[in-house]
Design a protein around this ligand. Sequence first.
Ligand SMILES: Cc1ncc(COP(=O)(O)O)c(C=O)c1O
Length: 443
Amino acid sequence: MFNPPKFSGILNSIIKEKSEKSGDDSEARDLIAEDSQPKVNRKFTTFSEHPLFQKISTMRTLAKTFHVEDPFFRQHELLTGAMTRIDGRDYINYSSYNYLGLNNSKEVNEAVIKAVETHGTSVGASRLVAGERPFQRTLEKKLAEVYQAEDAVVFVSGHATNISVISTLFGAKDLIIYDALVHNSIIEGIKLSGSAHFPYLHNDCTSLENLLKKNRQNYERVLVVTEGLFSMDGDVPDLPELIRLKKKYGCFLMIDEAHSLGVLGKTGRGVYEYYGVNPNDVDLWMGTLSKTLASCGGYIAGSQDIIDILKYNAPGFVFSVGMSAPMAAAAETSLSLMLENPERVERLQKNGRLFLETARSFNLNTGKSIGYSVVPIITGSSRKAVWLSAAMFKEGVNVQPIIHPAVEEQQARLRFFITSEHTKEQIVKTCEILSSLCKNEGI
Ligand SMILES: Cc1ncc(COP(=O)(O)O)c(C=O)c1O
């Protein structure tokens, strides 16, 4: 058993030492002064002095000192699903969003090959410039049907979808109220919108209502935005209550379904199916093609008005290349497979429950997870999370640590993505290894 290195104190002292050093540099040495040129501090002319780079280089020094392997950017040699191969060794894998095991399925691959043979690999320009292709509208219509919406539009990136859509639809006179734990892409979109914004306590509708009571009348449009299944914690919002509040206060409601499509509800239609509510009570259904749908990109489903505004105005659509044939074919075929094979969804849900129940039976801290596709194991510190991830890797299990600042320091964790393809044996074995490592290290 190797001991978790106690490097947080040392990390701080190295960072301090480095910053003192860069501060020490005499102004005279740092200034580039040529006759008629302005004086520029040399550290602002190179990225090796950028604080973000300095942080990375400190982490690397530290990792080397304590012989901790960098858990990020590992090279996977084959398809990643319930198993993966890294450096010639096979691992049980929990770092893939391939929730329904559709990536590399025969049907998806055949559809992609056919699409490439007909349309090539790129559409070359924005759809506004280059025109439409049949596969884009086919996918959009199918997505709209899932949400019983008037229409849908696809973007080439899920992250860019949130940024572009939120910042296009909302502006300086508007207010955005968001769950405190929403994904970075939503936060970036909110910042770019220039709207006033407040977080409400995670999944706490009382906190949301208090903010609405106090602020609704001071703004024009008000958006409430949250996730259908939280990617870090694996819990779900109270959608019926969110719908009640949005109606009561005259707001728009946006739900990011990145981790719910294919996961929640009997047929994988997501959080509205999970609760049995009318999907038309949500104004903006956002989702990604990169998870269950084995592709790349994002989408919005909603009213025709919203889709028209976005197609003529959202920068991530208007000024970005249209979706390519292979990506659209992969997503469309995956969506059909999801709808035609609810047993895949059922398998995933069974696996999620099994993971949660087994982990809890070993007294592991699974946080707020309700046991679908995302189950965290809270370690309580970034150092322990990095150590536990390295120790699991040695035991043949690949799972990523989530550390500060992605989550609060006490909320550092390992995050397990469960798929329909994991076996009972893999899940039980993983929990046994976890339990024994955590027990030995007091986690
Ligand atoms: C909740 C959520 N929204 C949006 C995104 C961005 O999606 P993509 O990775 O497809 O760009 C992610 C990515 O993981 C996510 O977790």
